[in-house]
Design a protein around this ligand. Structure first.
Ligand code: S3P
Length: 165
């Protein structure tokens, strides 16, 4: 069993919304590794970071990705930082992976200032810029398709992905 499509990309790229749209159109279930970690730990991602630290979160995330890749056959959205883990990038080999690309301006606007994302507390735009610069090569490395989402609705992004599947 293997997901029909895996979505990667930075915070604010629209992974969760596009995953829901794709799931609806394809008539398949949607899974999200952040939600899987939250269910397993019975706490929010933010609390996992505060209580156990980022390194532990990345381990839990890696395990959630592995498990979902082998048991889920719908749409799978990964947390924005999942690709920073080598084992996650390796595990994506052979899967259909869509990189939802987004400009810094649009990402910052979508994430907003009142973010609950632990890595973005404080200087949202500056931190996002660094994350996106550091991770762009990693998203590109794992992706079999890249969609630039700026100015597109989730429906339009889903249209684009479905024509390529
Ligand atoms: C993270 C992104 C978040 C979540 C965690 C870490 C990151 O997911 O996994 O806060 O490192 O970029 P989203 O991309 O869904 O916001």
């Amino acid at each position: 069993m293997s997901p029909r499509v895996v979505l990667v990309g930075p915070p604010g790229a629209g992974k969760t919304t596009v995953a829901a749209e794709l799931g609806r159109r394809l008539g398949v279930a949607v899974r999200d590794t952040d939600a899987d970690v939250e269910a397993r730990e019975a706490m929010t991602v933010q609390d996992v970071f505060v209580t156990h630290g980022e390194a532990r979160f990345r381990e839990l995330e890696r395990d959630a990705v592995r498990e979902a890749l082998s048991t889920h056959d719908g749409v799978l959205a990964l947390g924005g930082g999942a690709v920073t883990t080598d084992a996650v990038r390796r595990s994506l080999d052979g899967h259909r992976v869509v990189f939802l690309d987004v400009s810094l301006t649009e990402s910052a606007a979508r994430v907003g200032l009142g973010t609950s994302r632990p890595l973005l507390l404080g200087n949202v735009r500056g931190t996002l810029k660094k994350l996106m610069d550091d991770r762009r090569p990693l998203y590109t490395q794992v992706a079999t398709l890249t969609v630039v989402t700026d100015g597109l609705s989730p429906e339009q992004v889903a249209d684009h992905i479905l024509t390529e599947l």
